[in-house]
Design a protein around this ligand. Sequence first.
Ligand code: SAH
Ligand code: SF4
Length: 387
Amino acid sequence: MNLQPKTDNTQPGKVDLRDMSLSELSGWASSLSLESFRARQIFRWLWRSDVTSFDQMTDLQKELRQRLSELYYISSLRPEKIERSQDGTKKFLFALSDGNHIESVLIPEKGHYTLCLSSQAGCAMGCRFCLTGKGGFKRNLKTSEIVNQVLAVQGALPDEKLSRPSASGGNEASPSAPERDAAPGGLTNLVFMGMGEPLANYENLIKSLQILLADEGCGFSSRRVTVSTCGLVPQMEKLGRDITVNLAISLHAPDNETRNFLMPINRTYPLEVLIEACRRFPLPQRRMITFEYLLISGVNDSPEQARALAKLLRDVRAKINLIPFNAYPGSEFKPPPPERVLAFQQILIKNHYTTMIRQSKGADISAACGQLHAHVVYGSQRGEEVV
Ligand code: SAH
Ligand code: SF4
């Protein structure tokens, strides 16, 4: 069954309130001489409940609701399709208001869920191994489109207890919005590892992070939100100054020659520049940068390359995730045999790096790392649809 998209499309002449950060809303509220708590009150309604109209904001005066609805609207996303992998991973396909498609992937882990978010429709970075990259770049996602992925997943699977904080909780607001079970666990972790390069959509990324982390917003812990980048050094430095979240680097090679072959961005910011920026990245105590290292047979999986990687990351607070390459139809690469993956890991462990082998989940529904491409030809996909 395909679900009918009920995406609230853009409304001509009106501004989407879900594109506004709390500080923008506060500025707007004071420009209208509204009481200062109104901005927080509206912000809570926007991000802690499923409201799609101002009439649902029951603790705002009717006149204010009317004024709001003349100038603003509230966007939402509804999944067009949900597929379930045998391992429990679920992939959500969303149609955007302009016809572009994006995907988000919900991954069950021990005691909680992780949601993998898209930041762009497509990607312009052109990494040689990545299916998203091969599809080319469509456009940046708006702030609302990034955060609405979280609300849509929480709303689509209420049985999973993907709890979110309720809209109530402040002294001045007492909304009657349906509150969700505050189940322990639930959706606690977010990773920007879906479609797109988050740091290439910097402004909207930061605004969406502010909303995701705000107590009055989605209330995620900064310890549980990770931004992954192919290595846009200036934006990485800015991210470190602007907000506290976890950083993951898609490294994939220990030398410039191999990395140039795999990732065009390396020609602009070569390894020595990237690693120096990692050394300088402001990390809270006891936190590390995660280095993602895709293992591709015959390209970057030799013992010498493992030793070179260990040397490269010396003096960096690093943990390493090894990801055997996920093949897809027509891919030019193959994953190494398991014993070669283990040998690579052993060398890094001997060099005192925390090193995990990350078996990508959801490969049977093309939801694994690098397999996202918002394929809308449903007949060609496998996997069981849910809802
Ligand atoms: N653009 C950002 C965020 C996307 S994260 C980045 O590159 O970091 C997607 C992750 O999946 C990246 O680490 C990417 O390198 C990895 N990836 C891409 N194609 C893959 C594939 N075929 N198999 C396994 N991992 C892949
Ligand atoms: Fe873009 Fe990341 Fe894929 Fe590279 S790996 S093409 S940066 S999504």
